[in-house]
Design a protein around this ligand. Structure first.
Ligand SMILES: C[S@@+](CC[C@H](N)C(=O)[O-])C[C@H]1O[C@@H](n2cnc3c(N)ncnc32)[C@H](O)[C@@H]1O
Length: 286
């Protein structure tokens, strides 16, 4: 499975869409929950090193800045807990160095943790450590952004979505699913990704559009089975190649509406697709 071998890598133009939508969505998520809840959690399960070679911010820094620079920051009463999980030690250490100066800027009760470990083994104890036994579980926005299709099993989504105000923002590497759907090496990870073996029926379809629709519909159905009441997605392209899609699964129509608004604000045409591959790294709408 593709994985950057360097500690820090170039931000791909198509990945910019993921960050633009995230930043926009957090502008709504932070005050909606931060004004009504005692504690909220931003969990980045595949956090990365926190920056790219060109100096662009990674998702953890985007999330911290979304809070610290929010126009409603002084009204947000919730403790905002940032949990950044990264499996590669050098990337985790790099991220730790980058987030360090943010710690003093966070209001009392808010905190940032960088945890070096595997997401599927680490997220549950981290979340549990942030829950008080006598109180409802704090709402959690979980960003799940792997390089490939491994380590993001459906049972993990189910565990996160078990909490009534939690939601997941998952990158699904469609290009890899499509390219390797017949390979034995991928069948185990795909069984886990989907939480069932039914993706094989879709993978056998000859027509590429039908195959994609079938695979996406199945993923959405599985997220609903895992507890989501609302599931939407948008696609990210490299040139004409569909690289991956991001699924947002939540239990509230308001969360889904705000995510649609975030996508819409980036793509007023309502047909969100970033087409990368340009030398200046800018994005084109299609
Ligand atoms: C696509 S990058 C994350 C980019 C980051 N979310 C951003 O937008 O800036 C995926 C990261 O997940 C890390 N990773 C890979 N497998 C992991 C696992 N099982 N648990 C946690 N992190 C993992 C990789 O080392 C890599 O840094």
């Amino acid at each position: 499975m593709a994985a950057a071998t360097e500690k820090i890598w170039d931000l791909k133009p198509h990945s910019l869409g993921k960050h633009l939508v995230l930043r926009e969505y957090l502008k709504a998520w932070l005050p909606i929950l931060g004004l009504t809840q005692e504690r909220i959690i931003f969990l980045d399960g595949f956090a990365g090193p926190g920056e790219y070679k060109g100096g662009e911010d990674g998702s953890p820094i985007i999330a911290l800045n979304a809070f610290l620079e929010h126009s409603a920051k002084n009204k947000i009463r919730a403790e905002v807990k940032f949990v950044f999980i990264e499996d590669e030690q050098d990337r985790a250490e790099h991220l730790d160095g980058l987030v360090s100066p943010f710690k003093a800027r966070l209001p009392q009760g808010s905190e940032v943790r960088v945890v070096c470990g595997a997401f599927d083994e680490t997220f549950a104890p981290q979340l549990e450590s942030l829950a008080d036994a006598d109180k409802p579980f704090p709402p959690c926005f979980a960003m799940v952004d792997p390089f490939g299709v491994s380590d993001t099993p459906m049972h993990v989504m189910e565990r996160i979505l078990a909490h009534r105000m939690s939601e997941v923002y998952i990158s699904v590497m469609y290009e890899q699913i499509n390219r390797f759907r017949g390979s034995d090496e991928f069948s185990g990870p795909l069984d886990l990704l989907y939480g069932c073996p039914d993706w094989r029926t879709c993978a056998d379809l000859n027509d590429g559009r039908e195959r994609r629709r079938c695979l996406f519909d199945l993923y959405k159905r599985q997220l609903r089975k895992a507890g989501a009441e609302q599931v939407i997605h948008f696609d990210l392209y490299d040139g004409s190649r569909h690289k991956y899609s991001i699924f947002h699964a939540s239990r509230h129509a308001l969360a889904s509406d705000k995510m649609k608004a975030a996508i819409w604000s980036i793509d007023p045409g309502g047909n969100f697709s970033f087409r990368g591959g340009q030398t200046d790294g800018t994005c084109q709408r299609v």
